[in-house]
Design a protein around this ligand. Structure first.
Ligand code: PHE
Length: 448
């Protein structure tokens, strides 16, 4: 059973560290570019405000009341005749699925951290060749960096809640903030900044379609780390005196702010050089280095800082993706932390190799299903299907299954009666309806 508890600031940093990740700095900017800018951003902001925040409070609540691993918390809180709810706790395993590709991307970042020193590419063609060669041909190098990422993440998780997760978050998160806001300060002096601002905040509704909406909603869950038990697992170590509502608010706010800042920074650099916005997942690996190469030595420093921030963000999220499963194995089977970490890491290390091979020329066919690379399948399955499904289960469980008196007792003193009613309405009606609607939409998209 759990003994370790976060300090209050440790918990905020750990939850924020989980939320702020590759989703904010790598994925959000390129998705914004792919789905047309402002309108996508608006759907994302609306989802975060009206659904994401409420679901985060609900997910934290399950952890804080359950005080176990995800399966154990659901099982403990479910009424006696509804113990099947414990199966909802297996959403914790989604973290491992995410880690299969997440760790590969962290590996790319490590590779770039070193590549920066040998000079930045000066043309998009050159940059594209570097990225495409890495991803399409250099399986060995990718496996190496993926392995490095698995080992670092495994080591932090092995050190546990206090000595690993809390400690690293307390160092890495402030560093990330300093670097990112430093970059923003610099980006704001460029003439691309205005364009970037308009691109992100002026909505062009002609670009929005049902796919863009589904992706924006899915991304809101991904970026807030919702629907797979990461926040729930951390909340099981929530210090008793901490406020769930306040923490959820700070985390949601920070996460959104950082995504917007990352988008502004990247697009300012990009537009400063007149580069186009829609570039896909290669955005920060292809366009950004080229753009920064024009800044000479300063560019190298900026690129280094940028990839460092990206690595920090990725690592603090990765540990929260692994911890739920580790915690489950410890709680459930009495495994030692070491054994739990080793087994968990091996699983996603191996599948991760499959994911990275699915992008290579030599192995791509073997690791694709229906023409779709395993990497893309894993990414789409998690952020657009499994996380929203997890969010739906959390909303239903807290909104309908947990006795209202219990929920009220835990949250009323934090929210006050009025906000409690608003929050509960959102959990009972807005979130489920929106998520079910989104899933129906998804069926349409999958058919195509
Ligand atoms: N929120 C993280 C990101 O934005 C990813 C993540 C998803 C982490 C789900 C934990 C749980 O990169």
């Amino acid at each position: 059973m759990k003994v370790a508890q976060f300090s209050r600031i440790g918990f905020i940093m750990a939850a924020a560290g989980s939320a702020v990740g590759l989703g904010n700095i790598w994925k959000f900017p390129y998705m914004t570019g792919m789905y047309g800018g402002g309108a996508f951003v608006l759907v994302y902001l609306i989802t975060i405000t009206f659904i994401g925040f409420s679901v985060m409070v609900a997910e934290m609540l399950i952890g804080a009341l359950g005080r176990r691993d995800t399966v154990g918390s659901f099982e403990r809180l479910a009424p006696p005749n509804q113990k099947a709810w414990k199966y909802a706790g297996f959403m914790g395993f989604n973290g491992l699925i995410i880690m299969t590709f997440y760790s590969v991307v962290i590996g790319w970042i490590f590779y770039y951290l070193f590549a920066v020193f040998s000079g930045l590419p000066t043309s998009t063609k050159e940059a594209k060749t570097i990225f495409d060669t890495l991803v399409g041909q250099q399986a060995g190098i990718q496996i190496f960096w993926h392995t490095v990422s698995v080992i670092i993440v495994g080591y932090i998780v092995y050190r546990g809640i206090k000595g690993g997760i809390e400690k690293f978050n307390l160092i890495l998160m402030p560093s990330l903030l300093i670097i990112l806001f430093g970059l923003l300060g610099y980006a704001a002096t460029l003439d691309g900044f205005h364009k970037a601002w308009n691109f992100m905040f002026a909505s062009d509704w002609s670009k929005i379609n049902s796919e863009a909406i589904v992706r924006a909603v899915g991304h809101s869950f991904f970026t807030l780390s919702l629907g797979m038990g990461a926040i729930m697992t951390y909340a099981a170590s929530l210090p008793k005196q901490a406020s769930i509502t306040k923490t959820a608010f700070i985390v949601t706010f920070m996460d959104t702010l950082i995504a917007l800042v990352a988008g502004l920074v990247i697009y300012s650099f990009l537009f400063h050089e007149g580069a186009p916005a829609a570039q896909g997942p290669g955005l920060v690996f292809i366009s950004l280095p080229v753009v920064l190469s024009n800044f000479g030595t300063l560019g190298t420093v900026l690129a280094l800082l940028f990839f460092l921030a990206l690595a920090f963000a990725g690592l603090t999220s990765a540990i929260s993706l692994v911890e739920p499963v580790v915690q489950y194995l410890i709680d459930r089977f009495d495994w030692s932390r070491t054994k739990a970490v080793v087994v968990t890491s091996l699983v996603y290390w191996i599948v991760g190799i499959g994911a990275l091979l699915s992008y290579t020329k030599a192995w791509g066919k073997l690791f694709s299903v229906g023409g779709k690379p395993l990497f893309d399948i894993l990414e789409f399955a998690t952020d657009s299907i499994l996380l929203p499904l997890g969010g739906l289960l959390i909303a239903i469980f807290v909104g309908y299954v947990l006795p209202k008196t219990k929920v009220y007792a835990a949250l009323e003193h934090e929210m006050g009666e009025k906000y409690f009613a608003v929050w509960r309405f959102s959990i009972r009606y807005i979130a489920p309806v929106a998520l079910i609607f989104m899933m129906l939409n998804l069926l349409g998209i999958l058919k195509i």
